[in-house]
Design a binder for this molecule. Structure first.
Ligand SMILES: Cc1cc2nc3c(=O)[nH]c(=O)nc-3n(C[C@H](O)[C@H](O)[C@H](O)COP(=O)(O)OP(=O)(O)OC[C@H]3O[C@@H](n4cnc5c(N)ncnc54)[C@H](O)[C@@H]3O)c2cc1C
Ligand code: SF4
Ligand code: SF4
Length: 430
């Protein structure tokens, strides 16, 4: 599926900045932009991530199956006869905009190869002459796109191929399987509250480590539940992910009402035919098929008007699993036992498994300040407060919300801040 833009579009180009695939045209600088005509989405490259719809002020961007047929056709026609544009065509990039920034070796360390780290790297290559060392403790790029996005959303996962191309740039040094905390000097990047510079050997560090720790419910028995963090890592085959101890039907309860809770419900209730088409490890598919889970109860603390999931995610769930999912609102769990889940109303829901999907939060980074309430590193437009040379991007900068595309604008802001604070007048021979 792709998205399509309707005639309601006022062409303010907000969506162009967040589209991870460069699918929206004409963009600023291209012929036709600013002439009052609406923008269009190229259905051949759109990965269905929804970032354009999230940001559009007039709801002009819609999933193609919810948009009017004439809008879908109009979008496709705009691109007919043209070659699809690459999202990251490194060769066609403009020369760097900033020749000199900082007097040192112009080396930047980017920690984390999820969307935020990859967009930050791309932006550094585009805007500076810096050499970028990119590390991730995993062996692959993509972060939560590879190991979080559900395996029945293969088009969304395609962005990983775009990220992989960035690794081949001559100014990128990719160090897979490297935990930044093991690099000399990183852990001491700003210890004891002292004002310290960036870490050894680098002019700047961008921390793009995400926010993957699951929030907790704080109820007795919770330790026996499966967190969304563990479950999505398992069904996506993340190295080191722990399989749930047991998947026991016929009913499972999921606490949470965001898109991740809906992902978990959809995967749990997928029949063998759906599972077969998924890009998930074979043993995961076998265990899911044999689980005997026939029904899922989704619990939300507040009413449907406060639900955090999107309408399109709910529709997808309904069409994938029918009425085998039951939405319960205004329900607070108080205890989990092997018999089931007790609610604050005194009611008990018999179930074999409890899943918690109540959001994610960041963890503190050694040597940097941390805001425990928001689960972020305090920053001003990406510059870490009181730690010159340290920057943040993505979920550790803004908190755990927003899809893939939002990290593009977020990383661009961070790099702009970094470049602005590092730029010095060019000197001969530098
Ligand atoms: C379950 C789930 C499903 C989602 N599905 C969708 C979807 O369908 N569509 C959508 O648009 N968005 C989706 N999102 C949101 C999207 O994944 C996030 O917006 C995005 O991944 C955040 O990017 P990030 O780079 O900040 O963090 P991450 O993607 O978490 O990347 C952080 C990276 O840092 C690395 N790292 C962490 N600590 C260290 C360290 N000490 N040293 C080295 N490396 C380190 C990690 O290994 C990871 O690769 C989903 C999120 C979740 C949780
Ligand atoms: S954000 Fe909405 S109104 Fe603005 S250009 Fe994109 S589709 Fe049009
Ligand atoms: S933002 Fe996402 S959904 Fe919108 S056009 Fe780009 S790739 Fe497609």
């Amino acid at each position: 599926m792709s998205y399509a833009i309707s005639g309601e579009c006022c062409s303010d180009a907000s969506c162009v900045a967040v589209c991870p695939m460069n699918s929206i045209h004409p963009s600023p600088g291209e012929p036709g932009f600013g002439t009052g005509v609406s923008l269009f989405i190229d259905p051949r490259t759109c990965i269905d991530c929804g970032a354009c719809a999230d940001i559009c002020p007039v709801d002009a961007a819609q999933p193609a199956d919810q948009a009017a047929t004439e809008d879908v056709e109009r979008n496709a026609e705009y691109f007919a006869g043209q070659e699809p544009l690459e999202a990251t065509d490194l060769d066609s990039w403009e020369p760097p905009s900033y020749q000199v920034w900082g007097g040192g070796p112009r080396r930047v360390l980017v920690v984390g190869a999820g969307p935020a780290g990859m967009y930050a790297t791309r932006e550094l290559l585009l805007r500076t002459t810096a050499e970028v060392t990119l590390v991730d403790r995993l062996d692959q790029v993509g972060g939560l796109v590879r190991y979080g996005v559900a395996p029945d959303h293969p088009s969304t996962k395609q962005i990983v191929q775009v990220f992989e191309r960035i690794l081949h740039h001559r100014r990128v040094r990719w160090m897979p399987g490297t935990d930044a905390r093991e690099l000399p000097g990183v852990a001491a990047g700003g210890s004891s509250g002292a004002r310290r510079g960036p870490v050894d050997g680098f002019d700047a560090v961008i921390h793009a480590v995400g926010a993957r720790r699951s929030r907790r419910l704080g109820i007795p028995g919770e330790d026996a539940a499966c967190t969304a963090e563990d479950f999505v890592a398992w069904y996506n085959g993340r190295p080191g992910a722990v399989a749930p101890a047991e998947l026991a039907g016929p009913r499972a309860v999921i606490v949470g009402n965001g898109n991740v809770a809906l992902d978990v419900a959809r995967i749990l209730l997928s029949d063998e035919r759906r599972l077969r088409g998924m890009d998930a490890p074979l043993d995961v598919k076998r265990r899911l098929a044999a689980s005997g889970i026939k029904e899922v109860v989704l619990l939300g603390r507040r009413g449907p008007q406060d639900a955090a999931y999107t309408e399109s995610a709910l529709q997808e769930l309904r069409s994938a699993v029918g009425d085998r999912v039951q939405l319960r609102h205004h329900a607070r769990p108080t205890a989990w036992t092997s018999e089931g889940l007790t609610l604050d109303s005194g009611e008990s829901i018999a179930a074999g498994n409890l899943f918690t999907a109540v959001g994610f939060e960041g963890r503190p980074i050694d040597g940097l300040p941390f805001d425990p309430d928001r689960g972020i590193v305090p920053n001003v437009r990406g510059a870490v407060v009181d730690r010159p040379g340290h920057y943040v991007a993505g979920w550790i900068k803004r908190g755990a919300r927003g899809g893939i595309g939002v990290n593009k604008a977020c990383a661009q802001e961070t790099v702009l801040t970094l470049v602005s604070s590092s730029r010095v007048p060019a000197s001969p021979g530098s």
